[in-house]
Every structure is written in structure tokens, then in C-alpha cells.
Design a protein around this ligand. Structure first.
Ligand code: IMP
Length: 194
């Protein structure tokens, strides 16, 4: 018998519908605090793409979403170092000078990525930097950072889906699910036996 889905049956933490509803609330919150001044939206790629797209849709003004690339994870482990390339610069060469930057992140874990990017943008002349993150794992913080807008706080579990990956895999899942190697192994074994 072939498996019912094309991916292992990981435990769903937040369904796609829950994510959509929460993002609509976050966008309302952001609109309230931002007022009339259009923000400079910056997504941390790759993981924040689906979240950033939703926020872009919900914030008025057809705002562009700029991109910055950062990486701090190998597999399910934080390396303790944030690789930002090119050093905090927006991929399209846009400037954050005199802008109110809203950093859109998939998940804040140790806080290092957000801390590094916030510092970089302020040094580059941004008027302010706010962070909106779909998820946050407060128990994992190493660096004290303020995350002004959080979709959901989660315990110390490695999650995938809705843009978040394990070495490039599972980003395409619609829900946010908890990664478990044993579930993945069982699923692969069952598929091999079919
Ligand atoms: P931080 O610098 O430790 O806060 O790490 C933030 C980055 O680590 C996120 O942008 C993700 O790329 C990655 N990350 C942290 N936790 C997870 C997780 O549970 N699943 C997938 N990626 C994660």
C-alpha cells in the first residue's frame, strides 16, 4: 500500500488556517503601530518567505519586500554563528537609511540572527527596527532581543514547514509541524516495503 501522504506524518503544531488567522492579527497590530509612514519590509530568507508574503498581502500600500540572507543552523542544531551575506546588505541593494525597518523572520531561537541584523540596520542609518516573527522559542535565547510582534511562542522543539526547513527539506509543507527523525525513518521504511 502506498503512503497516504507524500511526507512523514509529523505532529502538526499549527495548521495552515491557524497561521493565516494569526498573521491577519499580526498585520493589524503592525498597521496600528506603524501609522501612516510606510515601513521598509525586510524578510530573512529563505525561511521567512511564506510569512513575509502573507504580511505583505495584509499591509496596505503594495509595499516591496526586500531580502537579507542569514543562516545559523546546520541540520537541527544552531551553529552559534550567524552567517549573513553579504554582510547584512539587502539583496536588491536598497538602502535602509531613514527608514522604519520591519524585519520579517520565520523563527527567533537563540536571538543571534535578529540581534545581528538589528545592529546592522541601525548602524546603516535605519530610523527604527521592529521584528515580526511567526514563531519564537523564548526558552532558547542566548542573546536578549526584543521581538515586538510574535505569531506563536513554542517550546524547544525543532519545527519545519511553512517555509522552515531541515537542510533545505520540508519548506513546502503548509502546516508548521514538529520534526522527528524516528517518524521520518518509519515513513521511509514503509515506503521501501511497498
Ligand atoms: P537564531 O539566530 O538562533 O535566533 O536562529 C534563527 C534562525 O534559525 C531561523 O531563522 C531559522 O532559520 C533557524 N531555526 C531556529 N529554530 C528552527 C527550527 O525549529 N526549525 C527551523 N529553523 C530553525
Amino acid at each position: 500500500m502506498s503512503p497516504a501522504t507524500s511526507h512523514p506524518p509529523f505532529r502538526v503544531l499549527f495548521s495552515h488556517d491557524q497561521i493565516l488567522r494569526r498573521c491577519a492579527e499580526l498585520a493589524r497590530e503592525l498597521r496600528r503601530v506603524l501609522g501612516d509612514e510606510p515601513p521598509c519590509l525586510v524578510q530573512v530568507i529563505e525561511g521567512a518567505r511564506p510569512f513575509a508574503r502573507l504580511m505583505q498581502q495584509q499591509l496596505a500600500g503594495a509595499l516591496p519586500v526586500h531580502e537579507v540572507r542569514a543562516k545559523s543552523y546546520e541540520g537541527t542544531q544552531s551553529t552559534g554563528q550567524v552567517k549573513v551575506s553579504p554582510l547584512g546588505a539587502l539583496q536588491d541593494g536598497a538602502s535602509v537609511k531613514d527608514q522604519h525597518v520591519v524585519l520579517l523572520e520565520d523563527i527567533v531561537d537563540t536571538g543571534r540572527t535578529i540581534a545581528a541584523l538589528r545592529e546592522h540596520f541601525l548602524a546603516a542609518g535605519a530610523k527604527s527596527v521592529r521584528v515580526a516573527s511567526l514563531l519564537s522559542k523564548p526558552s532558547r535565547r542566548v542573546v536578549e532581543v526584543e521581538v515586538e510582534h510574535v505569531g506563536f511562542e513554542i517550546p524547544d522543539e525543532f519545527v519545519i514547514g511553512f517555509g522552515m526547513d531541515l537542510d533545505g527539506r520540508y519548506r513546502e509543507l503548509r502546516d508548521v509541524v514538529v520534526y522527528e527523525a524516528s517518524i521520518e525513518r518509519e515513513f521511509a521504511g514503509a515506503a521501501e516495503r511497498d
